[in-house]
Design a protein around this ligand. Structure first.
Ligand code: HEC
Ligand code: HEC
Length: 465
């Protein structure tokens, strides 16, 4: 009992801290104030309330919501990844590191609507400049656990039966140890994110290496090899490469070492399941959560239908759905060149009409901190993101662009149903059938659902403030 109380007190202290630093998130307050009332005392043992635990635990079991074990990572690879993650040598322009958009002290989250690439300056969320990247940068929590099948909002990096697929096709090197390791090689090839353009402002020895007629992603080896040449010439990184691969001559250590190092860093730095706090502690049976959050959990897995898509260890079905999320941003792939510009999501990978505007279901762990929400960061608060699910078509049509929608000082390019009626009609017509008759929730049910989402946080070892 004493131990349980300590856990509650710790959770509470962290909760107060979170409420203090929450920035623009409207989501923080509900969960923490609810946490106060239950965690300080009786929990469910007070006896009067209906039993919320038995059905909630049954839902967890039937939806496969379990905490994955932390993968083992070698110190040598972790140390390599830690330096690489913060090294601007990985960017053609030598101006950006992974941490420029995925700050280490904030779970890899920049909390910007759209990230800012090679010509930006400053540390998120106070990063300014250009160019605006096409999508919202996800947090980097739990990327190496729970058997993810896809990376990126459109899943353009994927694994099936142990075989990786990526925009690099056959050029993908051998020796990559995880999907996260594969993913980590692609920001290096992205002109707006790290490589730079073929213009004088971004001039660098890597920017022009791809063969005529091929994109950098289709002809990636010259850029990857060029980055390896830079890394081998750096005394500190050369030493770390050699320690991680002691049996391979330095000259033969290839770009897969960079992917594996970065994945090892992400794996250990951002494994965010513990037993001491919030819902993780509840799942482990060592901590209680407020009754409102339990009622919200019963809605999440029951009447509100959330778990149909947000189930399993990652609270994601690892599938793609069109939620008719308002179309903002510069567009992506073929959609960037269309008028008006658009992000066709999964369609860009499969070419299938059924995948238009569909995006990968994101994990909901730590969701209270991962604002702004959706693939393009269009909604600032958790409440808005959840409300959108409850009537996606009406929400999309009612959305209005405004100069107030900014990222790092830039007004975000934006389309709404008045400026792009044909695009919005198409977006809404293709809404995922599963959301065509969404659940009706009362105000108190909605509040309970938010209270549950606010508990899906660890707060102890992931540096989410
Ligand atoms: C200029 C900003 C920027 C930089 C630099 C950057 N990223 Fe990202 N990252 C993003 C954005 C934006 C996305 C989402 C892109 C998409 O889905 O199309 C993303 C996606 C990811 C994902 C996928 C997560 C998921 O759940 O699908 C991982 C992992 C990741 N980045 C790791 C890295 C690593 C490692 C580096 C350095 C090699 C890096 N990023 C550099 C902005 C950036
Ligand atoms: C039909 C599948 C589906 C259902 C059902 C569903 N979601 Fe989602 N959810 C998604 C997808 C896909 C996205 C990302 C959409 C995008 O960005 O375009 C998402 C995004 C979210 C986000 C934003 C997360 C982030 O990091 O940006 C939240 C919060 C969320 N869902 C909560 C819920 C809740 C609560 C419910 C139940 C009321 C629910 N979802 C039901 C598929 C679903």
């Amino acid at each position: 009992m004493r131990k349980w109380w300590m856990g509650g007190a710790l959770a509470l202290a962290l909760a107060v801290q979170l409420a203090g630093c929450g920035g623009g998130s409207g989501g923080g307050a509900d969960g923490t104030s609810a946490g106060t009332s239950t965690n300080t005392g009786t929990g469910t043992t007070s006896g009067t309330a209906t039993d919320l635990d038995t059905p909630l635990r049954a839902y967890l079991a039937s939806n496969g919501v379990v905490a994955p074990a932390e993968p083992a990572v070698s110190d040598a690879l972790y140390n390599l990844g830690s330096v690489l993650f913060q090294s601007t040598l990985l960017s053609g322009t030598r101006s950006v590191s992974c941490a420029s958009c995925h700050p280490i002290g904030n779970a890899g989250l920049d909390n910007l609507v759209l990230s800012i690439g090679v010509n930006g300056s400053g540390t998120p969320p106070n990063r300014t400049g250009s160019p605006l990247i096409h999508r919202n940068a996800p947090d980097l929590l739990n990327k190496v656990v729970g058997n993810p099948r896809f990376m990126f909002w459109d899943g353009r990096v994927s694994v099936s039966d142990g075989v990786y697929a990526s925009p690099a096709g056959a050029a993908l090197p051998v020796g990559l140890g995880s999907l996260a390791a594969v993913q980590a090689l692609f920001p290096l090839l992205s002109r707006p994110e790290m490589l730079g353009y073929n213009d004088p402002a971004d001039a660098n020895e890597l920017a022009d290496l791809n063969a005529a007629g091929a994109t950098v992603e289709q002809d990636p080896l010259p850029v990857w090899n060029g980055i390896m040449a830079r890394l081998r010439a750096d005394t500190q990184i050369a030493g770390l490469l050699q320690q991680a691969y002691p049996d391979t001559p330095l000259s033969a250590i290839g770009i897969s070492a960079v992917g594996n190092g970065l994945a090892a860093f992400e794996s250990r730095r951002w494994y965010a399941f513990g037993t001491k706090t919030y819902f993780h502690g509840y799942m482990a049976g060592v901590l209680d959560i407020p009754d409102s959050a339990k009622r919200g959990g019963l809605l999440f897995f029951g009447k509100a239908g959330c778990a149909a898509c947000h189930g399993g260890p990652l609270l994601s079905d690892q599938k793609f759905h069109n939620l008719a999320v308002p179309q903002i941003g510069p567009g992506f792939g073929a959609g960037a060149a269309m008028t008006p510009p658009r992000d066709l999501g999964r369609h860009g990978v499969t070419g299938s009409d059924a995948d238009k505007y569909a995006f990968l279901t994101p994990s909901l762990w730590e969701v209270k901190n991962t604002w702004p929400y959706f693939h393009n960061g269009v909604f600032a608060t958790l409440e808005e993101a959840v409300r959108h699910h409850l009537d996606p078509a009406a929400s999309a049509m009612a959305f209005r662009c405004s100069d107030a929608l900014r990222s790092g000082g830039n007004v975000v390019p934006c389309q709404d149903s008045t400026t792009a009626p044909v695009l919005y009609a198409d977006l809404v017509a293709r809404l995922d059938p599963a959301l065509k008759s969404p659940p009706k929730l009362s105000d108190s049910e909605f509040a309970d659902l938010i209270a549950f989402l606010n508990q899906l946080t660890n707060g102890s070892n992931n540096s989410v403030r």
